[in-house]
Design a protein around this ligand. Sequence first.
Ligand code: HEM
Ligand code: NAG
Ligand code: NAG
Ligand code: NAG
Length: 526
Amino acid sequence: MTSLIQSLLDISQHLTKTDLAAGTLFLVLLGLISRSRRNRSRVKTTKLHGPTSSNPFVGLVPQLFKEEDPSGMVEKWVKEFGPVLSIPVGMGRRNVILADVKAAEHFLARDTGFGRGILWAEEDDHKRQRKALTPAFSVGATRNYLSVFYDSAYKMKSGWEHLLDNGDKDIEVQAWMNHVSLDDLGIAGLGHDFGALSGSRPKVISIFESFERPENTSWISRVLFLLGPVLPVLQRLPAQHNRMMLGIRNSMATIADGLMRDGKKEGVVDKSIMGLLVKAEGASQGLSMSQEEVIAQMNTLLFAGYETTSASLTWALIELCKHPEKQEILRKELARFQGTDPSWDELWSGLPYLNGVVQETLRLHPPLAGIVRVASEDDIIPLTSPIITATGETVSHITIAKGTTVNCSVAYINQAEELWGPDGKEFKPERWLVDENGEDGVGEGAKTIQGYQHILTFSDGPRLCIGKNFALGNFKATLSVLIRNFTFELPDGVETKVGRHRGILPRPKLESEDGPRVPLVVRKVD
Ligand code: HEM
Ligand SMILES: *[C@@H]1O[C@H](CO)[C@@H](O)[C@H](O)[C@H]1NC(C)=O
Ligand SMILES: *[C@@H]1O[C@H](CO)[C@@H](O)[C@H](O)[C@H]1NC(C)=O
Ligand SMILES: CC(=O)N[C@H]1CO[C@H](CO)[C@@H](O)[C@@H]1O
């Protein structure tokens, strides 16, 4: 699971133009280390067409991380070089980009064949941990958290009513979504109320916020942080980023102590994910988890669930502002719930338009635009249709040598016109509605994407997001309360420019703002 954290905290995202030097140093060291560790394969990765770069040290890495529109960037490359291509990443190395569905599905389905993160060979460990977590994430367990999700949504609703009654017109929704997301993960996931919605400022939030403003931290701190997973001793230096990570770890340790103490008590029932996990492990003959393991799992949940949920909720509100008529359709669909809230089953199958809104948001704005892994074995990857390699051969499979970094283009595949049709880039909740003949508007092409409901946002295969039911339940419950009670508009109407802010994950922001801020005009529905 460390690899997930690794990919979320993807180091290079913290590189800005001003510290290209730091980036170069990082890549040189990483290249040296991975080269020395790599058991060189005898097969060669197929030579693929792709863009070039004039920078021999970092290749296209800086562009990759500055890109505001990851899907558009890949689309440009696909048009020029075909759906599987390679890009230079410095020091003579090239990463493979898979924008072909068949290739991507094959790649995501490989379990033990692929490890992620440069030095993380952890397949066995992954299987064991995944097995331990699965019961706590089952639909049966997750539906019990619905009341937690509604409680938080109501707290937010009262908070907003208070602000509006006091004359505020704009509400910066992204910070609120952070609070909702943290409190829900805290209570339902960790058995701990951070109280972010009740006005306390949990340390974890301020730490995440500092990560989100990398420009406020020194490059030395950033580089030490980046190199931490490679040279753990660096994590002990008292640099800013290390202190922040340590801060999160310490907060988790305090929570873990309480959890483990309560877990041992008879009659105390902690139904949070971690509570169930600690109980289950305790019950199976002495196999109980060490405090270190509990902390590690908590960190994973926090890093995997917090930013992803918050960014998605924020994007949903933005899309509904860009399409006021669709916001109104959703409000109408929800209107039958007055003084009562949709049950879990109603959220799942009784509210098709809400489902469409959620699907379209996740399809067009995947928090992870690409899923990146390092091949831990040689592999042969099948393609939808033959391509011409850089050496002029026509092939229907490509070879990937062990040690090659592969980036599976989620953002591109989720909206590619060849799969989704000419309206693939448009926000159309209607495409998910099923008519009386049982037909929906998702074309045959898109249906070749397996994933969750034909999108790759939650990945696919053995590492498919284990928290997806949790995330979807939370997403739908929160939206159902907000849309029933408030209307939303962008400050300059539907034409307001929305950009991206690079933090731990890319976040939406209004172009007029300088941080990851999304102030919307909010009014009470009466
Ligand atoms: C919209 C929200 C979310 C999205 C888009 C999302 C997406 C993803 C993706 C793409 C992966 C695979 C990462 C990779 O293979 O590199 C993943 C894994 C994971 N997610 Fe989520 N996630 C979301 C919410 C959550 C939540 C709320 C939780 C926990 C409560 C969670 C827990 C996990 C865990 C534990 C893994 C690792 C699974 C494994 O490696 O077997 N996620 N998620
Ligand atoms: C390298 O790989 C080969 C075959 O995959 C294996 O037999 C050998 O033990 C490996 N060497 C190291 C140092 O991992
Ligand atoms: C993977 O590709 C996406 C675009 O599809 C890009 O945003 C991301 O930065 C890439 N990640 C790496 C590590 O190359
Ligand atoms: C005016 C209105 O629609 N109010 C709704 C606000 O949301 C709650 C649920 O959170 C509904 O019960 C209300 O009817």
